[in-house]
Design a protein around this ligand. Structure first.
Ligand code: ADP
Ligand code: MG
Length: 258
């Protein structure tokens, strides 16, 4: 196993409100980690500590065994894609310009290389080439979300952070985007950290699931383990519908007579 991200005894508070404390987590390279938990439990806070958007007040975050506090933040972010809910596209730029934004910063001279990279990522996220010259307001919500994902991947990062990325799209589009992101993970081997408030999404996508409640880790295990052996009452309540759906009961639970 190869470690890629490690949180070491992290504390973060706002005013006198502690958000996370004694937070420790090790994420392995190539994992698709889904983070699920109640609203305000610290999911976004944890995610943003990985790309330095939020700094812990004590403790350290390590990426590939390097303390990110000692790293150049620009170089760090270049290797970390970031996709969030809703349209975060530049409204005055075309689809092509949006996706090419970071690659252009990285290799200004090689226009052809950037062009082919844009085509490749559009194809991977399931966008037609005829959308290249459209502006964000000429796309559906689902298409905008795809462009956002393509843009976050265009610099070929090692790590992709996603914060409720499919929260604002309809159910069908959501299903399609879930399939695309699973494909991307399989094809690229990228490490994905994916925050969601939808337990079925967390179970479906994750190779590992992190369940959080009030800044604390309730469970950190494979999805089937979360369903089979919920570690706490909080987790058990969270997964009760999923357990029902997959017809999972505790061994000591009375089986239905029907
Ligand atoms: N800049 C801020 N100032 C004060 N409180 C904040 C700030 N950002 C987040 N919080 C609080 O920290 C807690 C955790 O937030 P967050 O990590 O965004 O939760 P979530 O799990 O919903 O993503 C919440 O109670 C939120 O209100
Ligand atoms: Mg959040």
């Amino acid at each position: 196993m190869e470690e890629i991200i490690r949180f070491n005894n992290i504390k973060k508070s706002y005013g006198n409100k502690t958000i996370v404390e004694e937070f420790n987590l090790l994420i392995e390279k190539g994992e698709f980690l889904t983070i699920i938990g109640s609203s305000g439990s610290g999911k976004t806070t944890i995610l943003k500590m990985i790309n330095g958007l939020i700094k812990p007040e004590s403790g350290n975050v390590f990426i590939k065994n390097k303390n990110i506090e000692e790293e150049n933040i620009i170089d760090l972010r270049r290797n970390i894609g970031y996709a969030i809910q809703g349209s975060v596209l530049f409204p005055h730029m075309t689809v092509e310009e949006n996706i090419a934004y970071v690659p252009n910063l990285l290799n200004k001279k090689d226009k052809e290389k950037t062009k082919s990279a844009v085509k490749k990522w559009m194809d991977i996220v399931g966008l037609e080439e005829d959308m290249l010259n459209r502006y964000p307001d000429e796309l559906s919500g689902g298409q905008q979300q795809r462009v956002g994902i393509a843009r976050s991947l265009a610099a070929s990062p090692d790590i992709l952070l996603m914060d409720e990325p499919f929260g604002a799209v309809d159910e069908i589009t959501r299903g399609q985007l879930q399939e695309e992101i699973l494909n991307i993970h399989n094809k690229t081997g990228i490490t994905i950290i994916f925050v969601t408030h939808d337990i079925s999404e967390a179970i479906k996508l994750g190779t590992k699931v992190l369940v959080m409640n009030e800044g604390k880790i309730e469970q950190y295990s494979e999805p089937k383990e979360v369903l089979k052996n919920p570690a706490t009452d909080f987790v058990k309540a969270l997964v009760s519908r999923e357990r029902h759906f997959y017809n999972i009961t505790d061994d000591n639970e009375q089986k239905s007579i029907y």
